[in-house]
Design a binder for this molecule. Structure first.
Ligand SMILES: NC(=O)c1ccc[n+]([C@@H]2O[C@H](COP(=O)([O-])OP(=O)(O)OC[C@H]3O[C@@H](n4cnc5c(N)ncnc54)[C@H](OP(=O)(O)O)[C@@H]3O)[C@@H](O)[C@H]2O)c1
Length: 309
């Protein structure tokens, strides 16, 4: 596993990170319930033993913070644990500090940190900053509750907006995968220039990219179904599973510090480690992926998918 310095020699980012929303609440294509607590903790322990030292959680992920906290308390590893905080709209600015206090108190308690290493503003879109938000962030940094701040965003407008505040945001988390590649052209190089780390999520599009067989999608999702079918044909022609092609495409992309994947199964975790160890894809395969286009880009955001199919 490759690592990069995160905290002046005190901590390191691993190139792969574990996402834990599905360990804390029903989630994903089938809205499947999480595994039992012992299996969740075993999965997190195995990830850490294998060198994954970046764990992504959020106050909004059901029991995820509690389970990540229990897993961290029972290993010698000290991963960078990133949690997220839900932000009230600007109109509720007077409630911001008490609301952050409640969320951060709970995250510190459940995760077992006096100082949370990295807290991201959760699911920001468009231009999301306002003075009271920065005041609240500074307040909790000064209290020593938060070491560094970041933002987890949708679309390109929000992370590009955040780049204007390199003293505020240490890391930006964005969706990125073999079909949703738009962040690579502008955001990644500009973030590098600003000294802001990029963490990517949704590398398997909640499993649509990694499933061996295409599931039947409703007619409104046919542009996505067509792109998935070309992607899986490309994987088959290359003799790789779709999951391997999807992971290796993202993990070695220039400009990404951490590639997150979600998994509820140790077997998938082990597979993903093997895929990662296989190294970057050959250039001709990368080019084939980059030629796959999707007719309706809105379908790359799972939030726009119909609820049941
Ligand atoms: N707004 C936000 O900040 C935001 C939004 C979404 C996600 N996130 C974070 O990002 C993490 C990852 O996102 P995600 O879970 O939506 O997407 P993802 O990593 O793109 O997809 C997860 C899905 O991929 C499947 N999978 C994993 N490894 C596989 C393999 N080797 N073979 C086949 N399938 C495999 C998993 O199956 P199983 O379920 O069967 O294991 C799961 O269904 C989350 O856990 C969360 O921490 C943040």
């Amino acid at each position: 596993m490759k690592y990069s310095d995160w905290d002046k020699g005190r901590a390191e980012f691993s190139q792969l990170g574990l996402g834990t929303v599905a360990l804390g609440m029903p989630y994903g294509l089938d809205n499947a319930p999480p595994p039992c607590d012992a299996d969740c903790i075993a999965l997190i322990h195995r990830a850490m033993e294998a060198g994954i030292h970046y764990i992504d959680t959020a106050s909004a992920y059901g029991r995820s913070e509690e389970l990540v906290g229990k897993a961290c308390a029972s290993t010698p590893f000290e991963p960078v644990v990133c949690t997220k905080i839900t932000v009230l709209p600007e109109g509720d600015a007077p409630s911001l500090i008490p609301n952050f206090k409640k969320q951060l108190e709970q995250s510190r308690h459940l995760l077992g940190f006096d100082t949370l290493p990295l807290v991201k503003l959760h699911s920001q879109q468009g231009a999301f900053t306002f003075p009271a938000l920065f005041e609240a962030m500074i307040h909790f940094s000064e209290l020593g509750w938060v070491d560094r701040w970041g933002a987890s965003t949708y679309g390109l407008a929000a992370p590009l907006h955040a780049l204007s505040f390199p003293d505020v945001f240490a890391a930006l988390q964005v969706p990125y995968n073999a079909l949703d590649r738009s962040a690579a052209s502008d955001l990644f190089p500009q973030a590098k220039e600003a000294g802001i780390d990029i963490v990517v999520r949704s590398i398997f599009l909640q499993g649509l990219l990694s499933e061996p067989v295409n599931r039947r999608l409703p007619p409104t999702m046919s542009p996505l179904a067509n792109a998935l079918s070309i992607f899986k044909g490309t994987a088959a022609d290359a003799g790789l599973s779709p999951a391997e092609l999807a992971l290796r495409y993202v993990a070695y992309q220039e400009g990404i510090r951490v590639t997150l994947f979600g998994s509820t199964l140790i077997e998938e975790l082990e597979q993903n480690l093997r895929f990662y160890e296989a190294g970057p894809l050959p250039a001709d395969l990368v080019e084939l992926i980059q030629n796959i286009e999707i007719a309706d880009r809105d379908l790359l955001n799972p939030g726009n998918w119909p609820p049941h199919y």
